[in-house]
Unconditional design. Sequence first.
Length: 267
Amino acid sequence: MLARQEAAAQKAQPGRIVGHIDGISQDGDHYFLLGWACQQGQSKSITVQLFADKVANGVSKQGPLFAEAANLFSEPGVAQACRDSEGGKHRFIVVLPYGYGPESSLSIHGIRVVDGVPNDLIAGSGAKLALKPLDPPYPALPRLGGSYRSLTQRPGVFMTADELKDLASRINRPGSYSTRRFGLLAKQIAQDLKSGIDWDITYSGPDPGVYEYAFSYEPQDQHDAETRAALKVPASVKAPAGAAVVASRLSLYAAQRRRDSPALMRR
């Protein structure tokens, strides 16, 4: 009876925080921390908190940066280490802030989901991390369904002709929300065109940072010089930032004007 009581008491105790930082990967200027973490006996995903060395008043010490959920698909080996028979998700990919990479002293704390144990460091914290591919170790996600639609069915910006006509009818309804939003779009287009930026600049080189900082919506001042050099932007011209977003706005505006009623054409 005593043995059964001791076993029941041990079973009722919450599991401890376990996990492992598998390594660090790189994609352009960004680094990613890969690993897994969980509270043993719990299928619910836990939160992991990233700690890194910070310098304050000339003194370097570890401090928290931010927290992320360890809620990506995990393989059977992780489930076994987590004592999770329900197949929960316990992997994480943490995007490191700019300036942090393989040489940084990084640690991960797992945050418990059931009280009774400390929020503990996981294995690999503070150790030198080896660069490894970003390929996920968990099973691939299922392929999405759907079929190809020709440009006659979707003339632009991922909208069908019927959807464009419906949007046009709402834009031409006086006082409607769509009317106000289209007015804001028209003002934004005017600002884009008067910005002094050469939107005709193109790039087909191998540097992924140029695509991120010039054509997606991630402009960063610290990359301005290298972006201008790669694009051969004259000193008198502004380098593009968010060109793909600007192009999508222009595409929607142009598609609407081609298909709209006379009232919207006057707009």
